[in-house]
Design a protein around this ligand. Structure first.
Ligand code: ADP
Ligand code: MG
Length: 249
């Protein structure tokens, strides 16, 4: 047991160092990106297209490092979660333009089925956006050559105090042996993947008291995110903030 405690302490320390390092990588990265963008503009003005191509590559690789560091930070040192009343539709509406944009490049059709009568949930909007962006991106990346991405809001079939959001794709599907590992940090089957997207999603959803599940077959994959209304908490929150429920709540 003592050995186990030592081991877990050591892992915690390593985690803290890694998170600190990731944070420190961020600052120079931002500076590099800024100057690269300036360089890019200068090259455009001088019509130096070959050099511009090089800078373009540097910028897109920088974007990859940036993404990795952001996901790593989210995973190792979760921000304090601010839970405020919000509608799931609001969260999805805000990320849809980004999803549709990505879908366009992959020849993917996006179908969104909102359910406006769903009650508000208590959650952190930015974190939830991250969850559905990651799920949407994965779904699109699984549909090389095109397909359909369906985003559906529903009430939970069995639990009346929960909502569910389904993200379905008509992509490659996930083999059973891979399916077990998709939520593992750094697990990826993509040459350019970080393998952190789904572990970040899982972490956030669990921190919000929800659940995330996956099912897959040869026709495609479905991720389901469930979150509670937490209506009692919501009433309290609204009372504390002096707010009132509007008639349509
Ligand atoms: P990354 O996208 O960087 O590979 P993720 O954690 O987001 O990391 O996903 C891990 C792995 O799970 C992916 O590499 C892929 O093999 C699998 N996966 C996730 N979502 C899907 C999906 N919608 N369809 C098929 N495979 C998926
Ligand atoms: Mg991903």
């Amino acid at each position: 047991l003592e050995e186990q405690i030592r081991r877990s302490d050591r892992l915690k320390t390593i985690g803290q160092i890694a998170a600190g390092t990731a944070h420190e990588i961020r600052n120079p990265l931002t500076a590099i990106k800024g100057f690269m963008q300036l360089l890019n503009k200068a090259l455009t003005d001088r019509s130096m297209s070959k050099e511009q191509k090089f800078v373009g590559i540097v910028l897109s690789e920088l974007e990859r490092v940036n993404e990795l560091v952001s996901e790593f930070l989210l995973l190792s040192k979760p921000k304090e979660i601010k839970r405020v009343p919000l509608r799931i539709g609001q969260v999805l509406q805000e990320i849809l333009p980004m999803i549709r944009n990505e879908a366009l490049m992959y020849n993917v059709t996006v179908l969104y089925y909102p359910k406006p009568e769903l009650l508000p949930i208590l959650a952190d909007k930015e974190l939830l956006k991250q969850v559905f962006l990651n799920l949407g991106k994965n779904a699109i990346e699984a549909m090389v050559g095109g397909g359909t991405l369906i985003i559906r809001e529903c009430s939970h079939p069995d639990e009346p105090n929960k909502i569910a959001v389904e993200i379905c794709d008509t992509g490659t599907g996930i083999e059973a042996d891979v399916l077990e590992k998709v939520f593992d940090p750094f697990f990826t089957t993509k040459s350019q993947g970080t393998g952190l997207g789904l572990s970040v999603c899982q972490r956030i959803v669990h921190d919000l008291g929800g659940s995330i599940e996956v099912s897959s077959d040869v026709e495609g994959t479905q991720f389901t995110v469930c979150l509670s209304y937490a209506s009692g908490e919501l009433e309290q929150e609204l009372k504390a903030s002096g707010g009132e429920r509007s008639p349509d709540d």
